[in-house]
Ligand binder design. Structure first.
Ligand SMILES: *Cc1c(COP(=O)(O)O)cnc(C)c1O
Length: 373
């Protein structure tokens, strides 16, 4: 079945009790036992499982072509569950430009757990191989990357991981399953900050892990979900599902608008560089063309004149909102270096743009006036 259909039907049966077409929100934290002590509907307590979470998880695993999914209260809670499924002493290879929260987890939290890691440029397969150690258990990929939209070759890196018996995990938040299916390219797990495109409306926080097969690592993620307790509320799950139903249509429109905005910016004299994998000049264009079905709705720009000029451009925009996050209906722009903090390697002239679903002509007109002065 196609992703548009799965988004609307996978996991979403008509409610057997009432005939409700759209699932009700099951707020109950606890579920009745039968007289013989069993749980006939398999629900016991909402931290372990809840009907709204089950619906969301079934839908997400269908979208990624996986076998199971575990949903969490945020993208970082989901990320943490994967790292905690490893053992102290294990080693992780991670991107040198991973989402800053993922790098911070490794550096400031998982280091105390005894997990070691090496940060490498994932576009350099030789560097990925050179970073492997005897204790390497996992290679973490994020593609396209944040904020420079670097493109990592998922199939090649999954091969490198599997050659040494390590796992390959892909953070697929930016591309979404509409434009990239890491499990089909050999990845073992997919990570999502469902906060972004899956929810799609900047009004719910969530995360998810989808697995290609029922593996020991996924069993451990599932165990941590129920027993660590970083679970999404039933209403969060319901809102996420509502967002997911229109995912394919939104993502295609985001990507179309991003391509138009990127082409406009690439031709503007005040812009030094545009990072968008849809542009033929982008170093990851060939790999992106091979492994993606479209180039996503995110791009970043470097403005001539450094940090001050970049801030001034962001300050003059009327339609783009200056705010962090991405993947919602509204266009956002953000000065990344200042949010990433002192460890950041992002150029101070860089602005990251989440291209929304406003009309692209209006977005381009807004950028034109902000760049005119
Ligand atoms: C936002 C984001 C995360 C973290 O998700 P939260 O829901 O904010 O915890 C992880 N990876 C990527 C690529 C993101 O954009």
């Amino acid at each position: 079945m196609n992703i548009e259909t799965l988004a609307i039907h996978a996991g979403q049966d008509i409610d057997p009790a009432t005939g409700s077409v759209i699932p009700p929100i099951y707020l109950s934290t606890t579920f009745e036992r039968a007289a013989d002590g069993t749980f006939p509907q398999s629900y016991m307590y909402t931290r372990n499982a809840n009907p709204n979470r089950t619906i969301l998880e079934r839908c997400l695993s269908a979208l990624e072509d996986g076998v199971e999914c575990a949903a969490f209260g945020s993208g970082l809670a989901a990320t943490m569950s994967i790292f905690q499924a490893l053992r102290p002493g294990d080693h992780v290879v991670a991107p040198d430009d991973a989402y800053h929260g993922v790098s911070r987890l490794l550096r400031e939290i998982m280091a105390r757990w005894g997990l070691t890691y090496t940060a490498v440029d994932m576009t350099d397969l030789g560097a990925v191989r050179a970073a492997l150690q005897p204790q390497t258990r996992l290679i973490w990929i994020e593609t396209p990357s944040n904020p420079r939209l670097k493109v990592a070759d998922i199939e090649a890196i999954a091969g490198i991981a599997h050659d040494v018996g390590a796992l390959c995990v892909v953070d697929n938040t930016w591309a979404t399953p509409v434009q990239q299916r890491p499990l089909e390219l050999g990845a073992d797990l997919v990570l999502h900050a469902t906060t972004k495109y899956l929810g799609g409306h900047s009004d719910v926080l969530g995360g998810a892990v989808v697995t290609r097969e029922l593996s020991p690592i996924f069993e451990q993620v599932r165990f941590l979900q129920a027993n660590g307790g970083a679970v999404p509320s039933p209403f969060d799950c319901w809102l996420l599902l509502r967002g997911i139903q229109t995912l394919a249509y939104r993502v295609r429109a985001h990507a179309e608008n991003a391509m138009r905005v990127a082409r406009f910016l690439a031709s503007h004299p005040r812009i030094e560089r545009v990072h968008y994998p849809g542009l033929e000049t982008h170093p990851g264009h060939a790999v992106a063309t091979r492994q993606m079905r479209g180039f996503g709705g995110m791009l970043s720009i470097e403005v001539h004149g450094g940090e001050g000029a970049a801030m001034a451009v962001a300050g003059r925009l009327q339609i783009f909102t200056r705010a962090t996050s991405l993947g919602g209906i509204e266009s956002l722009i953000e000065h990344r270096a200042s949010i990433e903090g002192p460890e950041s390697k992002t150029p101070p002239s860089l602005l990251r743009v989440s291209v929304g679903l406003e009309h692209p002509d209006d977005l381009i007109a807004d950028l034109e006036q902000a760049l005119a002065e």
